[in-house]
Design a protein around this ligand. Structure first.
Ligand code: ZN
Length: 538
């Protein structure tokens, strides 16, 4: 691993990649699927020159590795004035809901006005709405429900989530610097990468690069195509001696909802951290020796791309529905478990519309198809983490109903509390633990009667993985924050959010390896490991 820290890392990993390509037929097939211009024979042997070539490809090939290093790419990723004006009349408001009557009224109003509900916990509901529509909404609600304003200027908050000009200036100068003098390291690349949110094209090239740099433990595959034909990429990371058939697997997905950028950046952070920590961090090394980790940073690539190009606050996929002007399906109401048992949303214009039948949404179908074929090949999914934002919650099955308890409810809850503790430790951020059924989209039935919110949550991903795939530990984790920025979390929170989620991933691995209590630890830890364990359990 130290190889990659050298100033000559570029040349070394090119050599490794070439050797790997030649020696591994399976991987060679996989590698051929993606262009890797730095492998061209006409790149000279001068390591500095190679380094530059790699960077140049990363920037040009992806429209800029670290966002937008060239002026010609600025126009394509900077939000257009039209996008800015789209939100200029919007605010995000919060209702503290305390009685069933208040919830009833809010549920009806949400359906009636097609409200964009941002988040909901048992205590509060956040809504994005045009300023001009607030009085109409309030006229439908009891006087006891009066909101507070969370985000006064949505347009400014949207604008702030795109890469900053300052970051551009740093990047613009990047290619002009003397590579050797700068002593570029992989860590530095990571720091630059996580300074901003990244486009789909950049993430794609980043994943390709990681696969090439860590060929012995990482493999990139496409699990299927989105509605608009984009690859849904998954990076499998593992260091066990067993064959793939015998591997216990932890699946970690993000980007199911387009606008939840922090979920995607967090997956990228986890990927980067486990790869660069292997054989350095004892817990990560142990994790990779015992499990395959499969990371899917962007489960909904069409929606994610749309948030960069057109509508920063787009949630659903981009699939055509039965209503021409209301595109997209909510992928978290698109999976096949408990579909019939739930009252699903039938209006395609709703933000929670998941299609008219199970797995009608292409991306959900492709994920399920791929996961089933993996299972048929002997892969055992032992855990599934579905990262979302926002509200800082660890949610466990079932989502579709609170009236049915999952068979291992106590274990699910126990681990969820442990995950929340692990999430809190690095930076003190508190995460609630709830059953997923307690926080689903408010809903009114066809007669206009409000129904309890627990009845509108069929077809969730965590329920399907839990029930149909037998992933015993299945969680939806809603990442930062608790409403100050909502989906528009500033990019300076990418790394801290990644750090706390990495800590949770380590905790998960530790738990799955049997260390449910420090005294029952099946191995004899070294002094350092004890310290690490104690530290994480405090
Ligand atoms: Zn979400």
């Amino acid at each position: 691993m130290q190889l990659f820290l050298s100033t000559k890392w570029a040349g070394l990993f090119i050599a490794l990649a070439l050797v790997f390509t030649l020696l591994s037929p399976a991987s060679a097939v996989r590698l051929q699927a993606f262009p890797r211009p730095w492998l061209d024979a006409n790149i000279t042997c001068d390591p500095q020159h190679q380094g530059f070539q790699v960077f140049k490809w990363l920037r040009d090939g992806a429209g800029g590795l670290f966002s937008r290093p060239f002026s010609k790419t600025l126009a394509s990723t900077k939000p257009s004035p039209a996008l800015y004006s789209r939100y200029k009349n919007d605010v995000v408001i919060r209702f503290n809901v305390t009685t069933p009557e208040e919830e009833h009224a809010l549920a009806q109003a949400a359906d009636q006005m097609f409200l964009d509900i941002w988040a909901f916990t048992p205590d509060w509901v956040d809504v994005r709405i045009r300023k001009d529509d607030v009085s109409s909404l309030l006229s439908l609600l009891p006087r006891s429900l009066r909101p507070s304003v969370l985000i006064h200027d949505v347009a400014a908050a949207v604008w702030a989530t795109y890469p900053s000009e300052t970051a551009d200036n740093v990047m613009l100068g990047f290619g002009k610097l003397n590579i050797a003098k700068m002593k570029t390291s992989f860590e530095r690349m990571g720091k630059l990468f996580f300074r901003d949110y990244q486009t789909l094209a950049v993430i794609t090239n980043w994943l390709r690069l990681l696969e090439t740099m860590f060929p012995s433990i990482a493999g990139l595959v496409s699990i299927g195509k989105s509605y608009e034909g984009r690859d849904i990429l998954a990076l499998r990371v593992g260091a066990g001696n067993e064959t793939k058939q015998d591997r216990k697997t932890i699946l970690i997905a993000g980007g199911l909802h387009g606008r939840e950028w922090i979920s995607t950046s967090t997956i990228n952070y986890l990927v980067w951290s486990v790869l660069t920590s292997y054989e350095k961090d004892r817990m990560i090394t142990k994790l990779l020796k015992h499990f395959d980790l499969i990371f899917i940073p962007v489960l909904n690539p069409d929606g994610y791309e749309y948030t960069w190009q057109t509508d920063r606050l787009w949630r659903k996929s981009r699939q055509q529905t039965k209503l021409r002007f209301c595109r997209g399906m909510d992928l978290d109401h698109a999976f096949g478990y408990a579909w019939e048992d739930s009252r699903h949303q039938t209006d395609p214009c709703s933000e929670s519309y998941g299609g008219d039948q199970p797995f009608e949404a292409i991306e959900a179908f492709e994920l399920a198809k791929w996961a089933k074929s993996e299972t048929a090949n002997g892969v055992k999914f032992v855990a599934f983490l579905d990262l979302h934002s926002y509200s800082q919650q660890v949610l466990f099955p079932y989502a579709y109903s609170c009236s049915v308890d999952p068979p291992n409810k106590e274990n699910l809850e126990e681990l969820a509390i442990g995950l929340a503790k692990a999430l809190r430790r690095p930076h003190g951020e508190r995460y609630r633990v709830d059953s997923a059924c307690e926080g689903v989209v408010l809903h009114a039935d066809s007669e206009g009667d409000a129904v309890s919110r627990v009845e509108a949550a069929g077809g969730s991903a965590i329920d399907w993985f839990y029930h149909d795939l037998r992933a015993r530990y299945s969680y939806q984790i809603k990442l930062r924050d608790t409403g100050s920025y909502g989906f528009l979390l500033p990019s300076k929170q990418i790394v801290p959010t990644g750090e706390e989620t990495l800590n949770a991933l380590k905790y998960l691995g530790d738990y799955l390896l049997g260390n449910n209590g420090i005294e029952s630890s099946p191995f004899r830890p070294s002094a350092g490991e004890w310290k690490d364990l104690r530290g994480r359990r405090r």
